[in-house]
Design a protein around this ligand. Structure first.
Ligand code: CTP
Length: 590
């Protein structure tokens, strides 16, 4: 068939790739498709013996992967994406289906089975069109598979083990990656190379053309119907003309609808998810479900004095978010909820959640901005000044201020150990945590570095509240609190200055001013530990855009550049949990 430009037909749709495979993501991204990635949780355990042929198994697995994601997304948001794409790649040799090896021995038996022979690689693909109507999910599945025949050379034992020890086979069907080291095992390829890598792009485009070019306006050839007649087009039950209503309109008017506003809708969805979390925390749902037996929605509703129907919806939303689990016996907390969302969990973030719920625009406003002229955390963050600096925080009642301290304390406590151990700080004898608030980080630094004396420098009106947050235990005498204003007063002497989670919503001018003061106070060889940077290059770019619009973290690159300009050398970054967390710069000679 003649290939038409089909990828653009999906550009105005919300497309989800139900696959964790980085190869699939890359192939589709390079083809210009815009999509979100939601890996499927479907377990690849269908009984192979029930399928008439290996590709039938791959197609069914691909379909189940995609349907699982469509259903999960629909359950979570009551709104499924327009299209979900699932795929499954298998290797078939002598009637046997090979998937990903479970361990090295398994990889060895797979690869030695393939040595010196030809095998087939099948990738099954399912394109699921979704439609949410009256809270119900309708799906329309199109499916196909592609076969590529691959011949391996005879492989010596040494080569086999060398390849297995490279670690490459482990996440790949048949135990090899043709696109990387595994390429050297391959003598001949018959068919679509990308199909072996994990996604048959060419046939996918042909399938889209069948679906999106209904008889003839753009494609001179009529769309062909491939109803299951054996051979490669066992597309039983598929739709052959999938142009949606808007597609038809655009065909008539020749007018393309705008690109699908994925980011915008994601914001709306994430607001809904946050709202469910805020509400459940406020109602103390997680406290209620903490230790006891699971409870049914109606029982939870009874205890909360809320409606059974609304409570059921809230609990289901919490299940979809991973905070609750649901069984026949009722709802119970997940580990995350027990740890972080109950009132008295050791790492409770409930205070933080409640604070953000009640003060959405105070996200990172700090208590010390109360009454300080010219330091408005929102100055610049919203594009222009939003009123008198104290508008947001002067109005804080004591109750609100305490709520904010609790929120900051819980967050600092949770991340303190990661921060304290992100770099080896043992060369420093003294540290000053600027705006260190309740001392949550200071105490952990003291515990990690027995030689280190830490001064927490913060406004008097902040420090007057910190008594209630002091930890018991050894070495608390290493930590002292000093009242002061880091914009007005001289900074206490220290070998290491710590600036943690206080810059994020400040305008660039204020950030520059504070870090310049630190640079002037810092002795040559002294350090600046800066915590709270945005993650990864993509996230960095996104963070920069988002920050300019609504405040937030700056990227590591932006901070590193600024630190170097201010005379810090050897600026290094460290991360935690796979994301950048902190920078450490060493003051050079002035
Ligand atoms: N020669 C090959 C053959 C397969 N693969 C990879 O092997 C995996 C096949 O496993 P599959 O279950 O189809 O995909 P998963 O990686 O598990 O991802 P998901 O199930 O989330 O789609 C795919 O990532 C595919 O890219 C590969 O890299 N090279």
């Amino acid at each position: 068939m003649v290939l038409c430009p089909v990828i653009r037909k999906l550009l105005h749709k919300r497309v989800v790739l139900a696959s964790a495979s980085p190869r699939r993501q890359e192939i589709l991204r390079q083809a210009g498709l815009r999509f979100e990635v939601v890996p499927s949780r479907f377990k690849e355990m269908l009984p192979k013996a029930l399928f008439p042929s290996p590709p039938a198994y791959a197609v069914e697995t691909a379909k189940q992967k995609a349907l699982e994601v469509a259903r999960r997304m629909h359950q979570k948001d009551l709104r499924a994406p327009d299209v979900v794409i699932g795929a499954d790649t298998i290797v078939a040799v002598g009637g046997l289906i090979l998937e990903k090896p479970v361990d090295k021995q398994d990889a060895y038996s797979m690869l030695s089975r393939l040595s010196g022979k030809e095998h087939s690689v099948f990738t099954g693909v399912a394109i699921v069109h979704c439609c949410s109507r009256d809270g119900r999910l309708d799906t329309d599945v199109s499916e196909f598979y592609e076969e590529t025949r691959v011949r391996f050379s005879e492989l010596s034992e040494d080569l086999l083990w060398e390849y297995i020890d490279s670690g490459e086979p482990m996440d790949k069907a048949g135990g090899y990656g043709i696109q990387a080291l595994g390429g050297m095992l391959v003598e001949q390829v018959h068919g679509d190379f990308l199909n072996v890598v994990g996604f048959p792009l060419n046939r996918f485009c042909k399938k889209l053309a069948e679906l999106y070019y209904p008889s003839g306006r753009e494609d001179p050839r009529p769309a062909q119907s491939h109803q299951g007649r054996g051979g490669r087009d066992e597309d039983g039950g598929e739709r052959t003309q999938a142009a949606g209503p808007e597609e038809a309109v655009s065909s008539r008017t020749g007018h393309s609808p705008p690109p699908f506003p994925t980011g915008l809708l994601e914001l709306v969805d994430s607001f809904k998810a946050s709202k469910a979390l805020f509400t459940a925390c406020k109602l103390k749902v997680f406290d209620l479900l903490k230790d006891g037996a699971p409870l049914k929605a109606v029982d939870v509703a009874g205890k909360l004095g809320a409606s059974a129907c609304g409570t059921g919806r809230l609990l289901d939303a919490c299940v979809a978010l991973g905070f609750l689990q649901k069984t026949d016996r009722g709802y119970s907390n997940t580990e995350t909820a027990n740890l972080h969302l109950t009132s008295d969990g050791a790492y409770s973030l409930r205070g933080l959640v409640l604070h953000h719920s009640d003060h959405p625009w105070d996200l990172s406003a700090r208590p010390e901005s109360a009454g300080r002229d010219g330091v408005d955390p929102h100055d610049g963050a919203l594009g222009e000044r939003t009123g008198p600096p104290c508008q947001a925080s002067c109005a804080h009642s004591e109750e609100t201020r305490l709520g904010l301290l609790r929120a900051m304390h819980s967050l600092a406590k949770l991340t303190a150990r990661h921060v304290a151990t992100a770099f080896d700080l043992s060369r420093f004898g003294s540290a000053c945590d600027l705006g260190g608030c309740t001392g949550a980080l200071a105490y952990v630094l003291a515990r990690e570095y027995p030689r280190l004396r830490v001064t927490v420098f913060d406004l008097p009106e902040v420090l007057q509240h910190v008594a209630g947050f002091q930890p018991d235990g050894p070495r608390t005498e290493q930590v002292s609190f000093l009242p002061g204003d880091f914009f007005e007063d001289s900074l206490p002497e220290a070998d290491l200055y710590v600036v943690s989670r206080i810059l994020r919503d400040w305008p660039d001018g204020k950030v520059h001013e504070l870090l310049s003061r630190v640079a002037r106070a810092c002795k040559p060889g002294g350090g600046l530990l800066l915590v709270d940077v945005a993650a990864g290059p993509e996230a960095e770019a996104e963070a920069e855009g988002l920050r300019r619009r609504a405040g937030g973290e700056r990227s590591a690159a932006v901070y590193a550049h600024l630190l170097r300009r201010l005379g810090f050398a050897d600026v290094r970054a460290a991360g935690a949990g796979g994301r950048p967390l902190a920078l450490l710069g060493t003051r050079g000679a002035p």
